[in-house]
Write a protein that binds this ligand. Structure first.
Ligand SMILES: NC(=O)c1ccc[n+]([C@@H]2O[C@H](COP(=O)([O-])OP(=O)(O)OC[C@H]3O[C@@H](n4cnc5c(N)ncnc54)[C@H](OP(=O)(O)O)[C@@H]3O)[C@@H](O)[C@H]2O)c1
Length: 263
């Protein structure tokens, strides 16, 4: 019997998806297959996910997830001519559904996604877009696959550069903020390990409060900003240093870079 899903590329994203799909009950290990050209990656998948079929050549499956680096993605699609998939979900950054479809057997339904790295711990946010031949059933299928590693939003493909600039690159912006806060705590006199724990705990706690309270970020910020208080002094400095504008420019620059790379 052919596997329910073949993951082409068993690296970081492919392995995270296998873990999420099995843990979330989307599939039992025996119904998943992973194709990777790297023997080391095949060994790692076999060791960490017993029961999953690991292959070095394409096999026919009900659906395929493409999780290889962008520079080899079209070649990986062409290699599937011998085992044509009915539908394919690509998590490859920057490669349009039209380019993927051109490298696949005619009629393959293509769904493109932009996940982000918190998917590696089951807390990703992914945007999916269907290509010309993808139906709502194909999008439902893609949403169920990526839903195993986080939340999924559907948008037309024209938004994907902006999505890349915001949620695709966004974790790196937050990590930069974490680095800066740790440095700032040390500069203010805290031991480095204490500063690290406090900065990371603050970011994680603030994100949880933002998600769980249902309140908007401006309301939550106002709630901790007493008139002439310490937070007001800190926020005034951030606004004076144009931090808000810096984030707007960062997302705009990443969006434009995504446009350039996709050409
Ligand atoms: N990591 C993330 O959090 C993240 C987030 C958003 C999007 N993505 C996208 O996800 C894709 C995969 O990223 P990743 O970080 O998981 O990459 P990765 O760790 O490099 O994994 C890709 C794996 O695929 C193998 N491979 C190369 N060519 C192949 C082929 N033709 N058939 C089968 N396997 C092949 C690679 O082997 P070699 O090492 O020998 O080449 C490697 O083991 C990328 O396109 C990236 O843009 C990743």
């Amino acid at each position: 019997m052919s596997p329910k899903l073949l993951l082409v590329g068993g690296g970081r994203m492919g392995a995270a998806l296998v873990g999420g799909l099995v843990a979330g009950g989307w599939a039992d290990p025996a119904s998943l297959a992973v194709l990777d050209t790297d023997p080391g990656a095949r060994e790692r998948i076999a060791a960490s996910h017993p029961g999953v079929t690991v292959v070095a050549e394409p096999v026919v499956a009900e659906g395929v997830v493409l999780a290889v680096k962008p520079d080899v993605a079209e070649a990986a699609c062409r290699s599937m001519m011998s085992a044509p998939p009915r539908r394919l979900l690509s998590v490859v950054a920057g490669l349009s559904t039209a380019r993927l479809a051109a490298a696949l057997p005619p009629g393959t339904a293509v769904v493109r996604a932009m996940p982000n790295t918190p998917a590696l711990v089951g807390a990703g946010v992914s945007v999916i877009s269907g290509g010309d031949t993808a139906t709502s059933a194909d999008l439902d299928w893609a949403e169920s696959v990526l839903g195993s590693v986080g939340t999924v939003v559907r948008l037309p493909e024209r938004y994907l550069d902006a999505v890349t600039g915001l949620s695709g690159s966004g974790p790196a912006y937050v990590f930069l903020v974490a680095e800066a806060l740790i440095d700032a705590g040390v500069m203010a006199g805290l031991p480095p390990d204490v500063s690290r724990d406090l900065a990371i705990g603050t970011i994680a706690g603030a994100a949880k409060l933002l998600v769980e309270s249902g309140d908007g970020p401006a309301d939550l910020r106002a709630a901790v900003t007493s008139p002439a208080g310490t937070t007001a002094a800190g926020i005034r400095t951030l606004e004076f240093k144009a931090v808000r504008s810096a984030f707007i420019e960062a997302v705009a620059a990443a969006t434009e870079r995504s446009r350039q790379l996709g050409r």
